[in-house]
Unconditional design. Structure first.
Length: 134
């Protein structure tokens, strides 16, 4: 109130409406400028948060990929080890079962014939059928 009275005395009643209108326009521009700056700052903050989130997700994906690779390598080494052991057992059984005049069979000659896929190598009973869920 005191400012309005001082402005009326200093500026005068004829020029006061024009000065007030100009001040209103300047104040509006100032508000728009401040709001634009706030919006830019908020966008930059959100962009930085998205970058951090992306980095976190990429790190998690790399960790998961490493874990899967390690598991696959472990399983492959176990399969290879088991395959080697089975081949050795097959050679031992073929050597023990072969008559003294015939050469032992090689793994290529001992491949299962049609209809023998589910049987054990030494002629035992086939394994029970697998249960499937519905």
């Amino acid at each position: 109130m005191v400012i309005a009275v001082v402005a009326l005395i200093v500026i005068g009643p004829e020029r006061l409406p024009r000065v007030a209108r100009t001040m209103g326009h300047l104040f509006g521009r100032l508000q728009r400028y401040v709001n634009d700056v706030k919006a830019d700052i908020n966008r930059e903050i959100e962009l930085e948060e998205l970058r951090k989130f992306r980095s976190t997700v990429e790190d998690a994906a790399r960790g998961f990929e490493g874990s899967v690779s390690a598991t696959v390598d472990s399983v492959q080494s176990e399969v290879s080890k088991t395959e080697t052991e089975l081949n050795e057992l097959t050679k031992i059984e073929d050597t023990a079962a072969a008559p003294s005049g015939t050469p032992p069979s090689t793994p290529a000659n001992t491949a299962p014939q049609a209809g023998e896929a589910g049987r054990e190598p030494h002629g035992g009973a086939p394994p029970p059928p697998e249960k499937t869920s519905v």
